[in-house]
Design a binder for this molecule. Structure first.
Ligand code: SF4
Length: 277
C-alpha cells in the first residue's frame, strides 16, 4: 500500500503566521490569551496552552496582559475595546481576511447592499459583517437569498474558505435580479488550491484520509469535496483516530489536511498509515 499526499495540503500562510505570533507573544512575562481558540485544531490549542497561551471566550475573561486576535479576525469594536481595557493587542488577522474586511467596508460605504457568502455563525463572517456595517445578508447557498433584496445594487464578499462553486451559484442567482452586481472574490488561494488538489487526489486513490479538527470548517469542506468524488473518505484529527480496516483491499491511500492542521499532525497520520502498509 502506498501513501500519496495532496499537492497542496496542511497549514496555510495565515495559520502559520498566527502560530508564530502567538509563540513570540508567549515568550514575554505578561499573561497571554487568544480571543477564542487560535485555530480550529484542538491539539494545536492544547500545545499553545502548554506554552502559556490561554484561550478566553470574550474580552471580559482577560484582566491584563496580551490578547491575540486570531487569523479569522474580529469586528473593529473588539480591537477598540481591547485597547480601552489597556490590553496589548497582537493582531494575527490573516491578511486575506483583512482584504475581505476592506471589500465589505468599501461596498457598504459605496451604498451597495452587501451579500456575504459564508456561514453566518462563523467568527470570520461575524467580523466581515461588522466591517460591512452590521446589516449585510449572509447566505451559504443561493436558496438562502431573500425573496426581496434591499437594493438593485448588490455587492458580494465571500468567506475566505468558501468554495468557488458556492460563490458562482450565488452570483448566478443574483445576476438576473439586480441592476448592478460587484463581486469581490475573497476566497483565498490557499483554500482553493487545497480544495482542487483534494478533489484531484480523491479521484486517483482508493481511500482518502483528511486530517484536521472536527471543528475546522475548511477541513470539513475538504472532507465533503473528497467524499463526493470518493465515498471511501475518512476524517481524523490524529493518528489515534485511524481505523486500519478502512484500508482493506486498498493499494493507494491519499492524505490531505486542512489549512489549520499543523504539519506535525499530518506527518503523524502519514507515518501511522505507512507503518501498516
Ligand atoms: S485559509 Fe487563507 S484566509 Fe484563512 S488563514 Fe489561511 S491563508 Fe488566511
Amino acid at each position: 500500500m502506498r501513501v500519496e499526499v495532496a499537492r497542496y495540503a496542511g497549514v496555510c500562510y495565515g495559520v502559520e503566521r498566527a502560530l508564530k505570533l502567538a509563540g513570540e507573544a508567549a515568550t514575554g512575562e505578561d499573561s497571554v490569551h487568544t480571543l477564542g481558540p487560535l485555530i480550529h485544531n484542538p491539539q494545536a490549542v492544547e500545545a499553545l496552552r502548554a506554552q502559556g497561551v490561554e484561550t478566553a471566550d470574550t474580552l471580559s475573561g482577560i484582566e491584563s496582559g496580551t490578547v491575540i486576535i486570531r487569523s479569522h479576525g474580529v469586528s473593529p469594536a473588539v480591537i477598540a475595546n481591547a485597547h480601552e481595557m489597556g490590553l496589548r493587542v497582537v493582531d494575527a488577522t490573516c491578511p486575506h481576511v483583512s482584504k475581505a474586511h476592506e471589500a465589505a467596508e468599501e461596498l457598504a460605504h459605496a451604498g451597495y447592499a452587501v451579500v456575504i457568502v459564508g456561514e453566518a455563525d462563523h467568527p470570520e463572517v461575524e467580523g466581515i459583517m461588522a466591517h460591512a456595517g452590521g446589516d449585510a445578508i449572509v447566505v451559504e447557498s443561493a436558496s438562502e437569498l431573500p425573496t426581496r433584496l434591499p437594493s438593485k445594487r448588490v455587492g458580494v464578499v465571500v468567506q475566505t474558505t468558501q468554495s468557488e462553486a458556492r460563490l458562482a451559484e450565488v452570483v448566478d442567482a443574483l445576476l438576473p435580479r439586480v441592476r448592478e452586481l460587484r463581486v469581490h472574490n475573497t476566497i483565498c488561494a490557499a483554500t482553493a488550491k487545497r480544495q482542487e488538489s483534494a478533489a484531484e487526489l480523491a479521484s486517483a486513490v482508493d481511500v482518502v484520509v483528511v486530517v484536521g479538527g472536527h471543528n475546522s470548517g475548511n477541513t470539513t469542506r475538504l472532507v465533503d469535496i473528497c467524499r463526493a468524488v470518493n465515498p471511501r473518505t475518512h476524517h481524523v484529527e490524529t493518528a489515534d483516530d485511524l481505523d486500519f480496516t478502512w484500508f482493506d483491499g486498498a493499494s493507494v491511500v491519499g492524505v490531505t489536511a486542512g489549512a489549520s492542521t499543523p504539519d506535525a499532525q499530518m506527518q503523524g497520520v502519514i507515518r501511522a498509515i505507512e507503518a501498516v502498509a
